[in-house]
Design a protein around this ligand. Structure first.
Ligand SMILES: [Cu+2]
Length: 85
């Protein structure tokens, strides 16, 4: 299970875009997204780096979460527009 925090995911369209991006990497992946906590949980055979790359390519900024003692990477405000703007 890979968990990302995606701060710039803000609506249902974002969820679709991210899910689709993950599916292009691994069509058997299970994606669970909680919009309110900006959390993306992925059950996949693909490596975390690959999944992360796919989400970045979709235009988002995923932050990989370690299961515990997650040291929060500083979130940079990119000013990048969400898919729906
Ligand atoms: Cu959106």
């Amino acid at each position: 299970m890979t968990t990302f925090e995606v701060k710039d995911m803000t609506c249902g369209h974002c969820i679709k875009a991210i899910t689709q991006a993950v599916m292009t990497v691994d069509s058997t992946a299970k994606v669970q997204i909680d919009l309110s906590s900006h959390r993306v949980q992925i059950e996949s055979v693909s490596a975390e780096a690959e999944l992360s790359h796919a989400i970045v390519k979709a235009g988002y900024s995923p932050i990989a979460k370690a299961a515990e003692h997650a040291s929060y990477a500083p979130v940079k405000t990119t000013g990048r527009a969400c898919c729906c703007h």
